[in-house]
Design a protein around this ligand. Structure first.
Ligand SMILES: Nc1ncnc2c1ncn2[C@@H]1O[C@H](COP(=O)(O)OP(=O)(O)OP(=O)(O)O)[C@@H](O)[C@H]1O
Ligand SMILES: Nc1ccn([C@H]2C[C@H](O)[C@@H](COP(=O)(O)O)O2)c(=O)n1
Length: 246
């Protein structure tokens, strides 16, 4: 079972994906963390992030390793834990430019596909182009949305001190990053034609998780029905449909 969850920033992709994966015993991959990791490496190694040719030339250098346990996801660059530095404002401000470079996307997409292929028990993969480009044959594709106001309020709630009160600056920053991610030429942020759209504006996180778990259960049942050998009874198919199988 491969589940692709895409959507703009702050719609709840990471929180939802982790909870759904944990509830269903699936692995979890945060692809945004990988783009942040390569961006952090560029910044740390003096690569000018607004120089596409320089970023492209360096794209193959960092070794990025993602841990896929939804209870404790990890991200390492060249053997060092990068989970804290990839969340700085500096990385957030540069990540859209770095992730727009085709050589970066080719490298990270290949990494994402190999991780999904190795997840024998199934995986929830979240990002911007998972349903459209990385895993177009995913068993279930979900596109999360929420109003900019709701997303800014959620993000501001995470920040400490002065920034926490500046919801409008957070809103503008979210909108700017979405525009960059949606407007790039290579693999932009986009809903796949066959994705289920879930507007989370008025939903609690628990409600979103419940909704997605139900959609996964339905997709598992449909897959089990398709995979059942000809000649099996409906009862046998139903029994298989209740299981999460690779
Ligand atoms: N339905 C919801 N209601 C209220 N808060 C939510 C909801 N979903 C997520 N949140 C909160 O909103 C914040 C952003 O969520 P999250 O990081 O999961 O979004 P995201 O789509 O992965 O963002 P990004 O793409 O920027 O990484 C978190 O603080 C999370 O707890
Ligand atoms: N599949 C993906 C995932 C992420 N990105 C880029 C664009 C985002 O602004 C950035 C950071 O992602 P976040 O941690 O906010 O989810 O990474 C992408 O291009 N494709």
């Amino acid at each position: 079972m491969i589940v692709a969850i895409d959507g703009p920033s702050g719609t709840g992709k990471s929180s939802t994906s982790k909870s759904v994966a944990a509830a269903l015993g699936l692995s979890y991959l945060d692809t945004g963390a990988q783009y942040r990791a390569i961006t952090w490496w560029m910044l740390s190694n003096g690569v000018p992030v607004d120089d596409q040719a320089a970023v492209a030339a360096a794209a193959g250098k960092p070794v990025i390793v993602s841990g896929t346990d939804p209870a404790a996801p990890t991200i390492a660059v060249d053997g060092a834990d990068a989970s804290v530095p990839i969340r700085t404002e500096e990385v957030t401000a540069a990540v859209s430019a770095v992730s727009a470079v085709p050589e970066v996307r080719t490298r990270i997409t290949a990494l994402q596909r190999s991780i999904a292929a190795e997840a024998a028990g199934g995986i929830v993969v979240e990002g911007r182009d998972i349903g459209t480009t990385v895993l177009p044959d995913a068993d279930l594709k979900i596109f999360l949305t929420a109003s900019p106001e709701a997303r800014a309020a959620r993000r501001s709630g995470e920040l400490k001190g002065k920034e926490a009160t500046d919801v409008s600056a957070t809103r503008e920053a979210l909108i700017k990053r979405d525009a960059a991610d949606s407007g790039r030429k290579t693999s932009p942020l986009k809903k796949a034609d066959d994705a289920v759209e879930v507007d989370t504006t008025e939903l609690t996180l628990e409600q979103v998780v419940e909704c997605v778990v139900t959609l996964v259960d339905e997709a598992v049942a449909a897959k089990a029905g398709r995979d059942a050998p000809a000649g099996r009874t409906d009862g046998e198919k139903d029994e298989k449909a209740g299981q999460i199988s690779p």
